[in-house]
Design a protein around this ligand. Structure first.
Ligand code: PMP
Length: 308
């Protein structure tokens, strides 16, 4: 698969080689920025590429920018139009990951956020599986705690917060797990390194609220709607204790990258019988159909890229 040719940077579509920042850039030195991760799904039958829940992602990007005080002088509609045009120029006819990023491009020494330092860029790359959605993944409860709201705002997507994710995921990998689940400072389940955590107990789906220092999740919201509309079940948002992960009937991780990925083992304890459970499997099927633009009822969630 050839690399995508173009990125959007400094107000234009440029070749990748041209889209460069300085090693003195504050975003690189101090992690001053925020970003989004968006997926676009190739629907072979329709010959169409659909961006999934694009508006939600750009609304969240605006909120992240507001929280960290980096201006983004483009409306959600403008951001959408730029994304569509970039995908077209790159000619993607496969599943794609889209990464918009707002960052401090300033080369000043001090770690300060200044309105006129703000830069905006988008790049795209082909991406199928981020985790293994078929077999499922194992996880440990991390020795690293999730950054809390008053340290680095966890409901936003600030670049700097991903050191926290990386430390946890690295530790998990070194110890033979696929993923890490981080607890809050109070010791309750927050989220995984880049996914939300769901458990199933007695037929109910349970997930920690955003107050547990996790991202305001788009996939989590989508799952809430799909579970209610298509499966006649409810999602309960409440505090989740570590040991509930061990005793759950089923568990899964979800996110833009992870989609719906079964969680089959936590801290060397099998979740259920150690395989993806029936509710998780059913949800996986419904989710991917909706995301790929195969369910007309959810057509408004999918922005077509070609021929519009
Ligand atoms: N938590 C974190 C820390 C993430 O980076 C992500 C990926 N964006 C998620 C959860 C999942 O959120 P979403 O469904 O909005 O992609």
């Amino acid at each position: 698969m050839p690399e995508p040719k173009f990125a959007y940077f400094k107000g234009d579509y440029r070749s990748f080689d041209e889209a460069q920042v300085s090693i003195r850039c504050k975003a690189l030195n101090y992690g001053l920025g925020c970003f989004e991760g968006i997926r676009a799904y190739w629907n072979a039958r329709a010959g169409q590429l659909f961006i999934f829940r694009a508006r939600d992602h750009y609304e969240r990007l605006h909120n992240s920018c507001k929280i960290i005080r980096l201006p983004l002088p483009l409306t959600v509609e403008q951001l959408l139009a730029i994304t569509v045009e970039l995908l077209r120029r790159n000619g993607h006819r496969e599943d794609v990951y889209i990464r918009p990023i707002v960052f401090s491009g300033s080369e000043q020494l001090s770690p300060t956020l200044t309105a006129d330092d703000s830069e905006f860029a988008i790049y795209t790359l082909p991406l199928r599986d981020y985790l293994d959605p078929s077999k499922g993944v194992t996880a440990c409860v991390s020795s690293w705690r999730r950054v809390s709201e008053n340290m680095i705002p966890a409901r936003a997507k600030p670049t700097g917060a991903y050191l926290n994710s990386a430390l946890a995921r690295d530790e998990a990998k070194m110890n033979g797990y696929d993923e890490a689940i981080l607890l809050t400072q109070d010791g309750y389940v927050s989220e995984a390194s880049a996914e939300h955590v769901f458990i199933v107990r007695g037929g109910a789906l349970v997930t920690p609220t955003t107050q547990e220092d996790n991202l305001e999740g788009i996939t989590r919201r989508v799952i809430g709607e799909l579970v209610r509309n298509e499966m006649g079940r409810e999602v309960v948002e409440r505090r989740v204790s570590r040991t509930e992960l061990y005793t759950a009937d089923e568990a899964f991780l979800c996110g833009t990258g992870a989609e719906v990925t079964p969680l089959v083992e936590v801290d060397r304890r099998k979740v259920g019988d150690g395989r993806a459970g029936p509710i998780t499997r059913e949800l996986q099927g419904i989710f991917i159909k909706a995301a790929r633009g195969e369910l007309p009822k959810y057509a408004s969630w999918c922005t077509p890229v070609y021929g519009t």
